[in-house]
Design a protein around this ligand. Structure first.
Ligand code: RIB
Length: 305
């Protein structure tokens, strides 16, 4: 039976995060204030965000049989993320990310996907049963591109709604965008994709229509503290714009905010909320997450959203 289940196909890595007043320039060493070791990887963060937002999620990913991999397994058990789709690779290492965060909560990241780089089409086929009982697929570009595109094809053939978070951004064939119901780039990814320098909401309106021209169903451009702009089709000149929520406590860590947005959005549409409601729900979840440290663990619970 088809349920409101969400499949996420992505990566789990362990984030090594360092906080300092400013980010080091090339060749520079800066003294930091604190560091943290915690769960990360966009797909994995999205799973936690979905589960905390009240969604039913299964994660398809490849991790190593090592200490870092165990951190992932422990996370999914405590966060109620389905692990039927997990592949444990005996001969590969779980990946890791080096994250620098400055005093404004801004970050820069190097991610080494590790075992996730070995996630291939055959493995997606082995997990096809999950597609038969799900209604939404959420994936991105931290896994091999051909695996991401193949998973979108499988999802479409099984009539799932698809969300593609094109992060980090890579060029793909235009044909592949027709497999995407919701494309969710941030303003930097959307700028590169549409060759539009997005600085304002009006720029995002132009870029959103260009994204729809590629064959995507709905474009959703996340713009950090500026909020989110959704373009529903090539003629949607205004779009739906929602500024980010301005809570009294300050922004301390933006790592994973996009993942929380995507996870909460998938949850909302799995519950058949309207597009407007889904955008407000996910925008609020992301605005809450930046007020807490961590990637996966900054995702808010349903009662807070
Ligand atoms: O989106 C944030 C995530 O990107 C981090 O958790 C890091 O692991 C990278 O995948």
């Amino acid at each position: 039976m088809r349920k409101n289940k969400i499949i996420v196909i992505g990566i789990f890595v362990v984030d090594l995060s360092f906080k300092s007043l400013k980010l080091p320039k090339p060749g520079e060493t800066v003294i930091g204030d604190s560091y943290n070791i915690g769960p990360g990887g966009k797909g994995s963060n999205q799973c936690v965000a979905i589960a905390r937002a009240g969604g039913d999620v299964s994660f398809i990913a490849r991790i190593g049989d090592d200490q870092f991999g165990k951190m992932g397994l422990h996370l999914y058990e405590s966060e109620n993320v389905g692990i039927e789709g997990l592949i444990i690779a005996k001969d590969d290492k779980t990946g890791s990310a080096a994250i620098s965060i400055d005093k404004f909560g801004m970050n820069s990241i190097i991610v080494v996907p590790g075992a996730s780089s070995g996630l291939n089409k055959k493995m997606i086929d082995q997990k096809v049963n999950l597609f038969n009982v799900s209604s939404i697929l959420l994936t991105g570009f931290e896994i091999p591109l051909n695996t991401a595109i193949y998973s979108l094809k499988v999802a479409k053939s099984k009539k799932l709604k698809t969300i593609l978070n094109p992060a980090p951004f890579f060029e793909i064939e235009q044909e592949s965008y027709k497999l995407v119901d919701y494309l969710t780039p941030n303003e930097h990814e959307a700028s590169v994709l549409t060759k539009t320098n997005i600085k304002t909401i009006d720029d995002a309106r132009i870029a959103g229509r260009k994204i729809c021209e590629l064959g995507v169903g709905t474009s959703i451009i996340t713009m950090g503290e500026k909020g989110v702009l959704c373009t529903r089709n090539i003629n949607d000149t205004e779009g739906l714009y929602f500024p980010s929520f301005n809570f009294p406590n300050k922004v301390i860590d933006t790592v994973g905010a996009g993942d929380v947005f995507n996870g909460a959005f998938a949850t909302a549409i799995s519950e058949k909320m309207s597009l407007e409601e889904s955008l407000i729900f996910s925008n609020k979840a992301a605005s809450l997450s930046v007020r807490k440290e961590g990637a996966a663990l900054s995702a808010p619970y349903r009662n807070k959203i």
